[in-house]
Design a protein around this ligand. Sequence first.
Ligand code: G4P
Length: 292
Amino acid sequence: MSDKQTIQWFPGHMTKTKRQIQANLKLVDAVAEIIDARIPVSSRNPDLNNIIQNRPRVILLNKCDMANRTATKMWIDHFEKQGITAVAVDCKSGRGLNKFPAAVNQVLRKKIERLQSKGMKNPMMRIMIVGIPNVGKSSFINRISGQNRAKVEDRPGVTRGNQWFTIGKNLEMLDTPGVLWPKFDDQIVGEHLAFTGAVKDQVMDIELLAMRLLDFLKSLKPAEFIERFKLEDVELEAIPSHELLELIGRKRGMLISGGEIDTERAAIMLLDEFRAAKLGRITVEMPNGELK
Ligand code: G4P
């Protein structure tokens, strides 16, 4: 195993990104913040609050098809208690997206009513989408616009001519998402982003990452995980994660010459299966829970 144990991350992109988002903010009435329903803490950039100030916002808990249903409901309640409207969506299938226009209209209700009282019958409201890379911004835009639009590169500073498309009767959406970088002050945030594949594997030692994932799975004990790797007879509390990784590799016949287990291959396989939700619909971060 290499000694590359800490996640390195892009420094200093935030200023440029911030400027870009602020410029587009002037054009919109509301912001749709897209986050990953499996890691609602780590997939948010806390700087967004500063950037958008009091701009009305809807949170989209995306990839809810891979998250635990009860946990997603708890997150929606949690945001609601903070006065933030949140909607669970699956931008791969489009499930839940029909709730989006009503949610935006709800957060913009006062503004819409004010304009209507001034005689505007059906005022057009504009929205922009923001989120960290890989969270599903392009999928959302493609799904909700009903067309296949070109993917906007996840690079701060990439600008395009703004285009708008219509959703429902009175909403227009900017087709260029605001790309936020995740905030890496905390090693655990980095690990959770890496578990879900939001950051590239090259930034962290893959076997170490797999062992951290196993630490988590050992305490959660999802049925699919136990079944898939036939761990029914394994005392998960007692087995160190490096031994569990070897065991999983052995069970999958991942051997290298000399009969040793190819733990790197086992690590890649474990992470791939977790990211594809084959180990269960797993939410890593719970509301009010400690990051662990
Ligand atoms: P981005 O613009 O924010 O960077 O994200 P993008 O839409 O490109 O989505 C990143 C990956 O996440 C894509 O997978 C996409 O299909 C997947 N994805 C987005 N939303 C959902 C969702 O709600 N559920 C699930 N299960 N997956 C979602 P990919 O492997 O990069 O590409 P592909 O599988 O679409 O070919």
